[in-house]
Design a protein around this ligand. Structure first.
Ligand code: C2E
Ligand code: MG
Ligand code: MG
Ligand code: MG
Length: 281
């Protein structure tokens, strides 16, 4: 009977499994082609400092768009595939280079780039970063790297060395999606980073209810960060109400639709001048 069940299991699971594998392989091939053909762009999303309302920087977000304007997949779908196949390393080099190139158009603005654990563990990230900075003559302090907690956990000793190397170059470091991973206070203490980006899921909780309990996590993270001398960025802030509450909680910087959506470099240029934003790092 077990065998029959097993067989039935195969019948039930094989087709979706096969579809999943086929889709991954097609995505992988399409990603390779698109990297050669230049079908990737960056969008930029402003970060606003609450203390004085200034725009202090932008986060570079990767977009995959074909010449006909169609979007084959969102970053959440294609980045894991690029990571599995190792393509994230050359793709990540392109992102670094393009982000540095665009950043030189916006004096004093810090550009944040997402770095995958795969890129980080390749081991020569510092050299790749140095090359991108040099090629585009961007001072290191104008670049921030966003790493997730998964980069650090389980590779502490190696990661410590790499982070130290990047910091010695003058590059800024942030922990992205903070609070979702294996958050541990001890690593925060050990890893010298500049900022914590509090994950969007905490803002969703705040937006869902105005009860004070939902703000407790954010308040706690902000307090811990303060003690450690780290800045806090709230990501995914959609409503003016949440924006206002974050100010009360002492959060330093806000990013999300309440400030602006990610936009092209050209649109950002207009957005910055149109609002006569005073840009300062
Ligand atoms: P992330 O680094 O946490 O980026 C923030 C994501 O939240 C972005 O999604 C952004 O468009 C979205 N977002 C910003 N404000 C709001 C808001 O108010 N509401 C909502 N609902 N969403 C908001 P996106 O661009 O789809 O990117 C998703 C993830 O893909 C990123 O999350 C990051 O982990 C990854 N990613 C994007 N670009 C790159 C890249 O160049 N390299 C690597 N390795 N990963 C990237
Ligand atoms: Mg990010
Ligand atoms: Mg994030
Ligand atoms: Mg996120």
């Amino acid at each position: 009977a077990a065998k029959r069940d097993g067989e039935r299991g195969m019948m039930l699971f094989a087709p979706p499994m096969l579809a999943w594998l086929t889709e991954r392989m097609q995505l992988r091939a399409a990603l390779h082609r698109s990297l050669r053909q230049g079908d990737f762009q960056l969008e930029f999303q402003p970060l606003r400092r609450l203390r004085d309302g200034r725009v202090t920087g932008v986060e570079a977000l990767l977009r995959w768009r074909l010449p006909d304007g169609s979007v084959p997949a969102s970053p959440e779908r294609f980045i894991p595939v690029a990571e599995e196949s190792g393509l994230i390393v050359p793709l990540g080099d392109w992102v670094l280079d393009e982000a540095c190139r665009q950043a030189s158009r916006w004096p004093d603005l810090v550009v944040a780039v997402n770095v995958s654990a795969v890129q980080f563990r390749a081991g020569d990230l510092a050299r790749r970063v140095a090359q991108a900075l040099e090629r585009n003559r961007l001072p290191a302090h104008r670049l921030e790297l966003e790493l997730t907690e998964s980069v650090l956990i389980g590779h502490e000793d190696e990661a410590l060395g790499w982070l130290a190397e990047l910091r010695a170059m003058g590059v800024r470091l942030a922990i992205d999606d903070f609070g979702t991973g294996y958050s541990s206070l001890s690593y925060l203490h050990r890893f010298a980073v500049d900022r914590l980006k509090i994950d969007r899921s905490f803002m969703l909780q705040m937006e869902a209810s105005s009860g004070s309990g939902n703000a407790a996590m954010v308040a706690t993270i902000v307090q811990i960060a303060r003690r450690l001398g780290l800045e806090t960025v709230a990501e995914g802030v959609e409503s003016p109400a949440t924006f206002a509450r974050l100010a009360l909680l002492g959060c330093d910087i806000v990013q999300g639709h309440a400030v602006a959506r990610p936009m092209s470099a050209e649109a950002l240029q207009h957005w910055l001048t149109g609002r006569s934003e005073i840009v300062q790092a």
